[in-house]
Design a protein. Structure first.
Length: 280
């Protein structure tokens, strides 16, 4: 078997993965950075030649985003306002060159606690579609990433796509990120929010935060507290007490825990306010 395989069909890729513990390569913006060798140690399966793994499609259920879709395509896509937070996140993933190469699936499978794509996708109730030679399955994104650099991918499985249900296409959204500079930086804290306002009240709300725990998470307690509120009351209701149950920030080289706790509150306030403002 070759150390580097470039299949053009999904079946060939899955058969190859079933034979051993090979690495999956797409944009390689994380994969190459993770090795200290001059050459990528094999075996490697490069999925960029499989057409069905790239692109955005409207389906009867909602939207399908292929796992090998580059962030630049998503950044520039014509999508409803509910996707604005995801498009904003896409525009902040590295440089333009990285956005052209890096893929949606790669960002998720890499499972970094600071993966910029996670919070916005969580607010869109995203599911991932996985496949192996045994068949296909769907899994909520919230259950797919299980810890830092850990996912629910089983041996021989490949992520095919991210699915967004039609029900998540309602409302407006935004994404905010805190880092040491604007671009090419790992987030200290980030948040995304999707809000639907009807008759001056919060009819739907989804808020997620990243880089403030082992995995990005929806803020369930906060969402319950804000649902049904008058829009003029929302910002004052966003408190540390409502956010704290769903985050567990750490001390690291970018920030300490106390700073991240304060930053998380600010990021969530800005994300929710931004989403509501966009809906006016």
């Amino acid at each position: 078997m070759s150390d580097y395989f470039t299949p053009v069909t999904l079946s060939d890729a899955l058969e190859w993965l079933a034979c051993g513990q090979g690495r999956v390569a797409a944009g390689c913006t994380d994969l190459f950075a993770a090795t200290s060798y001059q050459n990528m140690p094999g075996p490697v399966v490069d999925i960029t030649g499989i057409a069905e793994l790239s692109g955005i499609e409207v389906t009867p259920e909602g939207w399908r985003i292929g796992s090998a879709t580059p962030w630049s395509l998503l950044r520039d896509a014509d999508l409803p306002a509910a996707f604005d937070g995801l498009r904003q996140a896409a525009a902040e993933i590295g440089s333009v060159q990285i956005q052209n190469a890096g893929t949606v699936g790669g960002n998720l499978c890499n499972a970094s606690p600071a993966a910029d794509g996670m919070p916005a996708l969580l607010t869109l109730d995203a599911e991932v579609e996985l496949a192996s030679v045994q068949g296909r399955r769907r899994l909520a994104l919230a259950n797919f990433v299980t810890g830092p650099r850990q996912t629910a991918l089983q041996s021989g499985e490949l992520m095919l796509a991210v699915h967004i249900p039609a029900t998540a296409g309602a409302g407006t959204s935004t994404f905010v990120k805190l880092g040491a500079r604007k671009y090419m930086v790992i987030s200290i804290a980030m948040a995304a929010a999707r809000v639907l306002i009807l008759e001056g009240r919060v009819a739907e709300i989804a808020v997620a935060i990243g880089a403030c725990g082992p995995v990005a998470k929806r803020l369930d307690a906060l969402e319950k507290a804000l649902l049904g509120r008058d829009v003029d009351e929302v910002r004052e209701q966003i408190s540390q007490a409502l956010i704290a149950p769903d985050i567990s920030p750490i001390d690291d080289i970018r920030a300490d825990r106390a700073y991240r706790m304060d930053a998380a509150l600010q990021m969530v306030q800005r994300a929710v306010s931004g989403a509501m403002e966009a809906g006016k």
